[in-house]
Design a binder for this molecule. Structure first.
Ligand SMILES: Cc1ncc(COP(=O)(O)O)c(C=O)c1O
Length: 200
């Protein structure tokens, strides 16, 4: 099962082929309209190996009866009245700008001990906190000050991940990103100072 909702919002580097291309007889290639058009429609798509569709449709029907007709009409209308390639080019450019600005602000306001990834697409980048810190210690005070992120633990099925933070850059303009990262910088520095005081 290839879970591929971000393929269309790659803004840097070469286009990567889906795994499906290498083994179309064995891969269920799935994607979502959430990241391309609107998450509220709750619609996605799947490309299946030959012969699988009748079984897949039965399994889907027994799970959700069918996908929402109104959402399907809305999406159909959207695709027949808009140019999706133009729209994708627009959001890719916006996400690149916001990602670059988040990276710049992280280097400016977060302590050097905090690591970060440099994504080539999608909506998120990841931070890694120093060993002495957990993202769980940070989330409460950041939310109180109006900044939210997803603590890494939510993404690890067998425990761990506390040092990691998932940051979203698709939802805010550069000015808002700067405000948010500044707040995080203060909170992280305060946490680090506390853990340093503990250690000495
Ligand atoms: C990796 C991945 N797969 C699938 C989805 C599902 O998207 P949706 O349920 O909105 O179609 C998401 C949404 O965040 C995702 O991050």
């Amino acid at each position: 099962m290839e879970d591929d909702p971000y393929n269309e919002i790659r803004f840097d580097g070469d286009d990567l082929p889906p795994v499906y291309r290498f083994a179309p007889e064995r891969v269920f290639w799935t994607g979502s309209f959430s990241k391309m058009v609107a998450p509220g429609l709750r619609l996605g798509w799947v490309v299946l190996p030959d012969g699988v569709a009748p079984h897949f449709i039965k399994a889907k029907q027994s799970t959700d009866l069918h996908s929402n007709n109104l959402s399907q009409y809305m999406l159909y209308h959207y695709f027949t009245h808009n140019n999706i390639d133009e729209h994708l080019a627009k959001i890719r450019a916006a996400y690149k700008l916001q990602c670059d600005s988040m990276k710049e602000m992280i280097r400016k306001y977060l302590p050097d001990e905090v690591g970060m990834t440099s994504p080539q697409g999608g909506m998120f980048l990841w931070l890694t906190l120093p060993d002495s810190m957990s993202s769980e210690d940070l989330i409460g005070s950041c939310i109180e000050k109006g900044v939210a992120f997803v603590p890494g633990r939510s993404f690890f099925t067998s425990g761990g991940g506390e040092q990691h933070i998932r940051m979203n850059f698709s939802n805010s303009d550069p000015e808002t990103i700067e405000k948010g990262i500044k707040i995080m910088g203060k909170e992280i520095s305060a946490c680090l100072a506390k853990s340093y005081n503990f250690a000495v």
